[in-house]
Design a protein around this ligand. Structure first.
Ligand code: NAG
Ligand code: NAG
Ligand code: NAG
Ligand code: NAG
Ligand code: NAG
Ligand code: NAG
Ligand code: NAG
Ligand code: NAG
Ligand code: NAG
Length: 661
């Protein structure tokens, strides 16, 4: 305390001397000492000498390395990840990576490669991911692959490759991803695909190739994890090639600029000839949509019909018991009953996001979906007067409901009482007009996560959150509080099981010391983007081990009696506050530097005052709050004056006393 008082006095009376120490910046950004460096876009034509030999992860894109050879990276033998995107590399010489046994990922995206030496990749036997996107490759013979035994992913997008036939010596047994997006592949033969047989868990991407023909049964040889034929105009060609194939996930979506022909029941007949678990047909158009369209969807578990111009699904589709997940986003339904939910009795996941028209939630349209666990109705203009009890009738197993980004929804009391198992409710960015004292969330005994961000809530309604005994995660971001104050009695008193609370951007100026007194299980508290000053920190006195975000507030100083409250937390973000770097704040500044391991965002935690230190990182400030020569002079003069004053006062007093005897 004595030190605090003297320091305060000194700050007021004396001139403090300040000295700033900032380390000189190296050219490359050090992200993790001796390990991760970013040298992007520095116009470098060699590896800088400042990089330590131990460097493991190097981001070196947008530099200038027209040729690379055995000396270029020879010093950095422990490299695991090397990104050389757009370095104008033309030549990769013999043994360039000879000593890089640990190299795992190599990125050559956007380099106009002219030559790769046969022994270029001889060293990195552990190479798993190779990116050769936009490198001008026309043939797979160009890639010396014979040594890449462990290669898992090979990205070859945006080249001029016309044949997928890998060289005989190319090891394929570990391959998981083979990406041929946007090449010039027009024909696939059985032989091409047979080469891939050793890869048993392969994802193959032919997106954006103009495939004109595939040999019938070309894909018969092996089981694929996923195959992507996005942007194909004529799916009957694809189905012919996929006869007797086994594919877990088949992506056949179309794009805006694809001139795709309509899908008729005859075309979709092809699906009966193969085995597929999950299929995506986004942006296609169905001609002749009847229950016959779905004849060959019977074994499918996941169906994505995003933006397929649907106004309704036919009723009486039979045999869809396998379907677990149905995606109907961005379609043209008028009311929810038009999806004819009774066709899909086993559904566990249903997504109807961003419906193009206003969507009327009629009573009980989803009633037959007793197994439904997840329902996403976000980004909709929902018409649901007195939401949502009757609209959600029958959804007794629903666990997650997303009503975010909707037009205003007026919630009735106990609005979700038909979904007693609800664990997650997302109402973010949906205005929720409500009568005072109402509690729409009552009786949700299992609700754990409630997102009410930007809902224009009436935060003075203390009953808003009643009946949520299991709530762990509450997001109230962007809702305003009366007078910018979180008072002692507030809506949070009802939810004492909270562990995560987001109160960012709530316009808060002040939090009462007892506002959080019921919250004893908190782990994560986000109070960023408010106008809080140090006084509100007192409300956290009873909480320990928090992740505490106080970024972008109005904290200038933190007095010494509040520092223990910060000390007992786990991680603190104090960035973007107008912090004072003078001797009056020396306790906080000292604590800050001793606890850097707790503080996140220290790059953005900078001094605002005094002017001489504005913009300097707190961690780099060195303050000497000692007495200077000038200070000693003033202190001496001050003490002298005080003594003289005292002397005269005593003299006067004594004289006065004697005169009155
Ligand atoms: C980085 O390497 C240098 C030299 O080997 C060593 O002195 C230093 O302690 C290392 N730093 C870290 C954080 O490992
Ligand atoms: C590379 O890593 C190994 C094992 O981690 C270590 O023994 C060796 O010293 C490192 N090499 C360099 C040049 O730092
Ligand atoms: C690089 O290759 C040249 C020519 O083959 C050779 O003389 C030299 O020793 C190699 N350098 C390294 C570091 O291996
Ligand atoms: C880094 O490696 C080079 C070549 O392998 C060697 O000459 C140099 O002494 C090493 N530097 C350090 C700091 O170990
Ligand atoms: C199959 O490949 C995917 C990547 O496409 C990977 O995430 C998954 O772990 C792989 N599964 C097996 C069993 O190797
Ligand atoms: C789209 O395809 C149809 C026939 O399939 C053709 O008549 C039409 O010209 C094509 N349109 C464009 C823009 O390519
Ligand atoms: C709800 O939907 C919105 C918009 O589609 C999305 O951003 C959000 O992550 C979803 N919520 C959950 C819990 O998945
Ligand atoms: C609402 O919060 C949940 C939980 O943090 C999150 O998963 C979801 O994405 C959020 N919704 C939106 C629209 O951001
Ligand atoms: C600190 O908090 C701010 C505001 O929420 C955020 O933007 C920033 O990313 C955080 N800093 C770190 C290092 O996470």
């Amino acid at each position: 305390m004595a030190r605090a008082v003297s320091c305060f006095l000194l700050a007021v009376l004396l001139s403090a001397s300040c000295k700033v120490i900032i380390s000189s910046d190296p050219m490359c950004i050090e992200k993790e000492a001796n390990k991760t460096y970013n040298c992007e876009n520095l116009g470098l034509s060699k590896i800088p000498d400042t990089l330590p030999n131990k460097t493991e992860i190097l981001e070196f894109s947008f530099n200038f390395l027209p040729t690379i050879q055995n000396t270029t990276f020879s010093r950095l033998i422990n490299l695991t990840f090397l990104d050389l995107t757009r370095c104008q590399i033309n030549w990769i010489h013999e043994d360039t990576f000879q000593s890089h046994r640990q190299l795992n990922t190599l990125v050559f995206t956007g380099n106009p490669l002219i030559f790769i030496a046969e022994t270029a990749f001889n060293g990195p036997v552990a190479l798993k991911h190779l990116f050769l996107i936009q490198t001008g490759i026309t043939s797979l013979e160009f890639i010396p692959g014979h040594n890449l035994r462990d290669l898992e992913s090979l990205y070859l997008g945006s080249n001029h490759i016309s044949s997928i036939q890998l060289p005989k010596s190319f090891p394929t047994q570990s391959l998981q991803v083979l990406d041929f997006q946007n090449n010039a592949i027009h024909y696939l033969s059985k032989e091409d695909v047979t080469c891939l047989k050793p890869a048993t868990n392969l994802s193959l991407n032919f997106n954006g190739n103009d495939i004109k023909d595939i040999e019938p049964e070309a894909f018969i040889s092996t089981v694929f994890r996923s195959v992507n034929f996005g942007g194909m105009a004529d799916l009957s060609v694809i189905f012919k090639g996929l006869q007797k194939s086994a594919i877990q996930s088949l992506w056949l979506g179309s794009f805006e600029d694809t001139n795709a022909s309509d899908l008729s029941p005859a075309v979709l007949q092809g699906l009966c000839e193969m085995s597929v678990e999950s299929i995506n047909l986004q942006k296609h158009r169905f001609s002749d949509l009847t229950s016959a369209t779905f004849k060959c969807f019977k074994r499918i578990r996941e169906l994505d019909l995003t933006a397929t111009h649907l106004t309704s699904l036919p009723s009486g589709i039979e045999g869809m018991e396998s379907l677990k997940k149905l995606v109907l986003n961005v379609n043209h339904f008028e009311h929810l009953c038009q999806i004819n939910a009774a066709n899909f009795p086993s559904l566990t996941h249903l997504y109807i996001k961003g419906n193009v028209r206003r969507l009327l939630l009629r009573d009980g349209c989803l009633e037959k979906l007793g197994k439904l666990q997840q329902l996403d109705l976000s980004h909709n203009d929902l018409e649901a007067p007195d939401c949502c009890s009757v609209a959600l009738r029958g959804l007794s197993h629903l666990q997650s409901l997303n009503l975010s980004y909707s037009e205003p929804l007026s919630l009735q009391s106990q609005a979700f009482d038909n979904c007693p198992r609800l664990e997650l409710l997302d109402l973010a960015f949906t205005r929720l007009p409500m009568r005072a004292q109402q509690s729409p969330f009552q009786n949700l005994h299992h609700l754990q996560v409630l997102n009410l961000s930007h809902c224009f809530l009436d935060t003075s309604n203390q009953y808003l959150l009643t009946g949520l005994p299991s709530l762990r995660h509450l997001n109230l971001q962007g809702n305003q509080f009366h007078d910018g104050t979180l008072p002692r009695s507030n809506l949070l008193q009802m939810v004492d099981s909270l562990e995560v609370l987001v109160l960012s951007s709530c316009g808060l100026h002040f939090i009462d010391q007892h506002a959080f007194q019921n919250l004893r299980k908190m782990r994560h508290m986000d109070l960023s983007h408010n106008n809080l000053m140090y006084g509100s920190i007192e409300a956290l006195g009873h909480l320990k081990g928090l992740y505490l975000n106080l970024a972008s507030n109005n904290i200038h100083t933190v007095p010494s009696h509040l520092i223990p409250i910060l000390s007992q937390q786990r991680i603190i973000n104090l960035s973007h506050n107008p912090l004072e770097c003078s001797c009056s704040n020396i306790y906080f500044l000292t604590w800050y530097k001793e606890n850097l391991q707790k503080l996140e965002g220290s790059e953005e935690t900078i001094c605002a005052t005094p002017a001489s230190l504005r913009g300097v990182k707190l961690s780099a400030v060195k303050l000497y709050c000692g007495i200077t020569a000038m200070g000693i002079f003033f202190l001496a003069v001050f003490s002298l004056l005080l003594t003289i004053l005292l002397f005269f006062a005593v003299k006067f007093l004594l004289r006065w006393k004697y005169q009155h005897i």
